[in-house]
Design a protein around this ligand. Structure first.
Ligand code: FAD
Length: 427
């Protein structure tokens, strides 16, 4: 008999093999939480599988796309940060899961597990929109952020070279937090770019940024008051951003987005928006490995309230990839982080033969950055905007960053940025 750190006597004969798929918010935090519970008694050995050998801090990638942070600031290597009780980190792609054999099949090998955590996140969803994949730039990966930065700077260079003074048009499809945040950052990025190019003079006339939202419900999950504030900021503020509601992208061409209006009356009228650069920020679809999964209506892996796959006690799915049948789990980093605590607790409880605990979503509030020195925080019915909210936004995200030295790197860069302009090199 072994006594656990919590005083429970257990008859664990051998270490349990926990396999975690994904090195994002859900994956790394499940490791950290379960490791805390099991390290002393060495109850578990972990294998982490991911198609990237780093953790990506998505909430800050728009700052990479607009020259405030460098790519290395928003990633943390898995190796070196996750090493205790880990038998293996495997850089590979998950193909499918066989629940009957307790096996995961990867592109290059296969592994067995006692407990499995699926935290493979989500990828960009172009919603079957013709031309979207070919002609728009998504913002989901680090490579996407670098490409957006290069495209913007490349466009300025081309215009300078050809002395073409035509207004620069940027269209952003999706009026959720990602669309709004990247729009405000690009607007400020152009403040740094314009003085460095002789043909551009004035942001208001040289730059046009349009955010297209399919319905009138932009910033879903945010309070009505906050939506109004953001809407008015774009409408009456000095930025070149306009937010167009009920503007669903029907088709994307090389330099034009064809829109379809949602209103019954106007659905026959087609409108279009011309662009030089178009960014796709209109949702994600889950990365579900092959296997016998039951799915929710929205196509995510169906899980029970203990976060395990229904009827399969030793397989858990968390983060963007999974949802309960009441569709109550928002695809947010904070959801994945909270779920990782319950998931770790339930694996531990199963090992020490204690009952599972249900997951309770704690809505802490929502945060939105609105460029340098401005952010909006929505907690219940209250909203906070301005510089203080911006500081809190930065403090909150800094505290969430994972990996040794990563917080310091970001903090130092943010401090340096107060005294130096954004980076405008095309890399
Ligand atoms: C631009 C942007 C900004 C965002 N801003 C915010 C924000 O401000 N606040 C907030 O709460 N949320 C934000 N989100 C959402 C947040 O990033 C996600 O909700 C969160 O990352 C979900 O965590 P996860 O662990 O489920 O997935 P992820 O963090 O995406 O991790 C998935 C992991 O699985 C790996 N993987 C995927 N498929 C495979 C495969 N087949 N084989 C092996 N490995 C695989 C990936 O490489 C990755 O390591 C933002 C998202 C984006 C794109």
């Amino acid at each position: 008999m072994t006594k656990t750190a919590e005083g429970t006597e257990i008859g664990v004969k051998s270490k349990k093999k926990v396999v975690i798929l994904g090195s994002g918010f859900g994956g790394v935090n499940t490791y950290l939480n379960l490791h805390k519970l099991t390290h002393k008694d060495r109850l578990v050995e972990f294998t982490i599988v991911s198609d990237k050998n780093y953790f990506l801090f998505t909430p800050l990638i728009h700052e990479v796309a607009t020259g405030t942070l460098v790519p290395e600031d928003v990633i943390s290597p898995v190796r070196g940060n996750i090493d205790c009780c880990v038998t293996d980190f495997i850089l590979d792609t998950v193909k499918c899961v066989d629940f009957k054999k307790n096996k995961v099949y990867l592109l290059n090998s296969e592994i067995e597990y006692d407990y499995l955590v699926i935290a493979t996140g989500a990828s960009v969803n172009f919603r079957n929109t013709p031309g979207a994949k070919e002609f728009t730039l998504p913002l989901k990966t680090l490579e996407d952020a670098i490409l957006i930065k290069n495209k913007i700077i490349g466009l300025f260079e081309e215009r300078e070279e050809s002395k073409n003074k035509k207004q620069i048009k940027i269209a952003i499809v999706g009026g959720g937090p990602t669309g709004i945040e990247i729009a405000t950052e690009i607007s400020e990025f152009t403040d740094t770019l314009i003085p460095n190019y002789s043909i551009f003079k004035d942001k208001k006339s040289d730059i046009d940024i349009k955010i297209l939202n399919a319905s009138d419900n932009f910033l879903p999950n945010f309070s009505l008051r906050l939506k109004k504030e953001v809407f008015n900021l774009f409408r009456f503020g000095k930025s070149p951003i306009s937010l167009i509601l009920n503007a669903r992208a029907k088709e994307v061409m090389k330099d034009r987005i064809i829109l379809e209006k949602l209103d019954e009356e106007s659905s026959s009228k087609e409108r279009s928006v011309d662009f030089d650069i178009a960014i796709w920020a209109a949702g994600v679809s889950p990365n579900i490995p092959g296997g016998d999964f039951e799915l929710t209506k929205s196509g995510r892996i169906l899980i029970g309230h203990n976060l395990n796959i229904k009827g399969i006690e030793n397989v858990f799915a968390i983060g963007d990839v999974a949802d309960t049948d009441d569709n109550s789990l928002p695809q947010l980093a904070q959801t994945a982080v909270d779920e990782s605590e319950t998931c770790a607790r339930n694996i531990y409880n199963s090992i020490i033969k204690k009952p599972a605990v249900p997951f309770v979503l704690r809505q802490k509030g929502l945060i939105l950055s609105l460029g340098h020195n401005n952010a909006a925080i929505s907690i219940g019915k209250n909203i906070f905007m301005g510089k203080m909210a911006w500081f809190l936004w930065r403090y909150f995200y800094l505290s969430q960053m994972f990996g040794k030295g990563s917080k310091t790197k970001i903090l130092l860069n943010w401090i340096l940025n107060e005294f130096s302009p954004r980076d405008i090199s095309k890399i």
